[in-house]
Design a protein around this ligand. Structure first.
Ligand SMILES: [Zn+2]
Length: 254
């Protein structure tokens, strides 16, 4: 039990009993009216650093899909996306959102404002022990964990030099509650299109991704994807934070 409490303290709740998220056949239906800033949930008020909150909210939020700075196309369209890369694009423009907090665009999540307004206060993901293969589901408080990521960037931005620091390169993972192995519970990553990016961000576990996963993220986020792993991890953190909160002043300074 002591081990469990450790995990709870460090990682929020561990939900061994929670069923893994089943990918829906169709994107989750959510009521369309886009929230305005005036209707922000109360949690929003703790975002003291979001100095630009009074600006008009820029992100269209009629799900699915949010355009997220990309050209908008009909959601059912499988039209090829034009690209600055003349190479033939051999992937479909939209996918089935792998999680309710993910959009139908690859490697794109909804904004935190949108998610909180829709009641997504916690974000879950599957993890597996590297020693005994025990699997469980971790659940992160969206607001609290995003706040931790932003705080980390704030405290380390001057030392990072656009590179992921050690804590991001080799994240401390939760202990296995079955075999007791420390630093054991790795996020389960299978297909690239179903990577739980928001979960990885909140748990600061993006460093668990392989280079090919990071390149996939960068490719679909229009980020130059040649670079050392610490560079790609850094860029992935920053881009995901921007997806979550496009108007965060801190990110504009990076
Ligand atoms: Zn184990």
């Amino acid at each position: 039990m002591e081990n469990l409490r450790d995990i709870h303290r460090a990682w929020g709740r561990t939900l061994s009993l929670a069923p893994p998220y089943q990918q829906p056949e169709t994107p989750p239906t959510m009521p369309p009216p886009p929230p305005t800033l005036d209707q922000s949930p109360p949690e929003w008020t703790i975002w003291g650093r979001t100095l630009s909150l009074s600006l008009p909210y820029q992100h269209p939020e009629t799900p699915p899909p949010p355009p997220l700075e990309e050209e908008s196309q009909p959601q059912t369209s499988r039209k090829r996306k034009h690209s600055s890369n003349p190479k033939k694009q051999n992937w479909a423009e939209t996918i089935n959102p792998p999680f309710p907090w993910a959009t139908c665009k690859r490697a794109k999540v909804y904004t935190i404002h949108h998610l909180l307004s829709k009641g997504f206060n916690t974000i879950s993901g599957k993890v597996e022990c590297g020693k005994c293969d025990f699997q469980s589901v971790l659940e992160f408080d969206l607001n609290e964990k995003f706040n931790e990521v932003v705080e980390f960037i704030e405290n380390n931005k001057n030392d990072m030099n656009d590179r992921a620091p050690e804590a991001w390169m080799n994240p401390m993972l939760p202990k296995c509650e079955k075999c007791g192995q420390e630093n054991a519970m790795n996020p389960i990553i299978t297909k690239k299109r179903t990577i739980n990016w928001l979960f990885l961000l909140l748990g600061q576990m993006i460093g668990c991704c392989k280079l090919q996963h990071l390149k996939y993220f960068c490719k679909h986020s229009n980020i130059h994807r040649t670079g050392a792993k610490n560079r790609l991890i850094y860029l992935t953190y920053v881009d995901l934070c921007r997806q979550l909160q496009p108007d965060l002043v801190l990110l504009k300074q990076l």
